[in-house]
Design a protein around this ligand. Sequence first.
Ligand SMILES: C[S@@+](CC[C@H](N)C(=O)[O-])C[C@H]1O[C@@H](n2cnc3c(N)ncnc32)[C@H](O)[C@@H]1O
Length: 307
Amino acid sequence: MTHFARSSGYPTADRRYDYACGAAADSDHATAADLCEQALEIAPQWAPAWFALGEARGALGDVDAAEAAFRRALDCDPEDSQGAALRIARLRGESPARPPDAYVRDLFDQYAARFETHLVRDLAYRAPAILRDAIDHACALAGREMRFSAALDLGCGTGLMAREMGEACASIDGVDLAPAMAARARASGLYGAVEAGDMQAFVEARSDASVDLVMAADVFVYCGDLAPIFAQSRRVLAAGGLFAFTVQQAQTGDYELGADFRYAHSRAYLTRLTQSCGFEILVCDDVSVRQDRGVAVPGLALVVAAP
Ligand SMILES: C[S@@+](CC[C@H](N)C(=O)[O-])C[C@H]1O[C@@H](n2cnc3c(N)ncnc32)[C@H](O)[C@@H]1O
């Protein structure tokens, strides 16, 4: 069960909720559901308890009741910082075009302080190094030096990509939806500018053919429909510029929301999209940028060139 460290304003409801989270952690989902219902009798508008009830009911296999609880969580928190819409989509086997912004923002704001130790050390996260190698390979294939004058780092996180590519780029501007992540990237001193905001608006604000590298390391796992960001990346890249990104790999369809609430994209979808934008594919490698419970998660690293 996802534990949200917030208060309902009612100590008894908070305690019931904490016990519910404990019961869920022990896989006692019936007790968890019961305790959530008790908390909601006291604080009926408290989104975290509705969300926890949805999780407990889902774990008990009651899909309709789980969806009803997630809908109540959404009613109580329309911004959807818990990602109730994603839970409902998963229950229905659907993959929405993108997750709620507030969900991604809260997830990474809470994660920012331990992002590097947890992800890099515990989950064998290697997207920035893998993407750097892919860019290096693409430059060799294109017969050009790995040097860029103006680069963009989409979903820059704490700045790991700039650590990999800083020496090859005269300037890198970054953007991240989570202000706490953007603040860490800014503090690294490796970026020209770092914005806290959505990558789509960030790229849309740039002039045509104004950059020669757009990077996105492990960011498209938080976006289903990639057509808008591909089109904008193509527009801002000068001739010969590179668009480099990693994805988690889907075996069928275009994209799907996985059980880990991240998106996976198929090779066929990426090929179709890049070609419809007029990109030439230089590199499309099978990679794994992270582990999940000790197992390598299949992914792809692509580097495509603007004509
Ligand atoms: C797994 S982290 C990767 C960070 C960094 N690229 C790296 O490799 O270390 C994904 C990052 O993408 C950001 N993100 C997700 N969706 C975004 C969006 N639509 N616009 C901007 N940033 C986004 C998240 O806030 C998070 O910091």
